[in-house]
Ligand binder design. Sequence first.
Ligand code: GLA
Length: 416
Amino acid sequence: MKKSLAQFRGRPIIGLVAALSTSLVAMTPAVVLAQVADDAQPSQPVTPRRANGLAQTPPMGWNSWNRFACNVDETTVRRTADALVASGLKDAGYQYVVIDDCWHGVRDAHGDIQADPVRFPSGLKALGDYIHSKGLKFGIYSDAGRQTCGSRPGSQGYEFQDAKQYAAWGVDYLKYDWCNTGTRNAEEAYTLMGDALRASGRDIVFSLCEWGNSKPWTWAAAVGNLWRTTGDIYDKWEGKKAYSVGVMNIVDLNEPLHPFAGPGHWNDPDMLEVGNGGMADTEYRAHFSLWAMMAAPLIAGNDVANMDAATRDILLNREVIAIDQDALGVQGRRVRKTGDLEVWAKPLAGGGRAVLLLNRGPGPAEITADWADLDYPRHLKAKIRDLWAHRDLPSRAGAYTATVPSHGVAMITVQP
Ligand code: GLA
């Protein structure tokens, strides 16, 4: 039976998801989306109305904000582009180099936005050319209000003019924020900028940064390629600070939204904090693994030119990256929770599963993934590979058990 949108909105999303199906893990994205559409009646067709064909797998790259905030300049961006290449991150898939807030100067007499002449004396066209010369792609930031969150000029009223300017600079990715928007309607504001980007004639990935306030997962697949689902990430395992929330808090907000993600349109639980110093390496491994399980954008947010070996090994774990980038494009989900111990599963192209064992507790613990929770028959004998130890384990049937450190994960693939 069809349910009204009002009923859907009034219902906790976790309840909705649980009601949809007990076996979403086995479904293709199309089936999942069709079932959500039937049950929840989102306000727009779930099939992207204005799909630009970009971001068929979650975008990967680097963004200046988490590490540099407003202290960003062209030297930092060039140095980071160099380091992405030298460290191997580019070859592992990190391609977008995104300058977040505070690159802006003023608008000129024609209303054209200019870069800050002190921080970016060579201008953004030259910086974009440099990034492209490294085989990388160029991303930039603006805001749907009169001003950005950092009080620089926003794009309200200048959407088409700004999109044209970005295209002339060679921009390939726009993150579009939601500060100082007054009474604007989010769906309308983002649709307008999405239309402006398409009209620019350049392929530009559109990243909506509206923090989940107006449930963008119900409408943004028709507008852009990814949408923030939460407030800003806080470089801590859990907790809150002003508008920022810790990794576990973000995970719990983003997990129930798994039916809304798919190729070209992704839930965005915010950029990575790996290497920024607020968490232990074990916790950063868990953060990175969970983002991969959730098919989240993998946008590094650290100082790539000065990262330590542990940070590099986490960001460069190609086996975990491959789970994030799997062609099926299904966002994994939690399939079992027993107190602090969780089992997550993500179906992969070809019929396998990525499986994550997460220990939120204060000490090491044994966690078991049962084949029944993966929608496999218990007698099925499957190949197991440990994605952090980088080694094959003996094939087994029925279940897999590992001892997982506090605030840590074990991550494997299970291949029938
Ligand atoms: C908001 C966004 C952040 C960042 C800052 C920049 O807080 O959510 O990701 O872009 O603005 O001011």
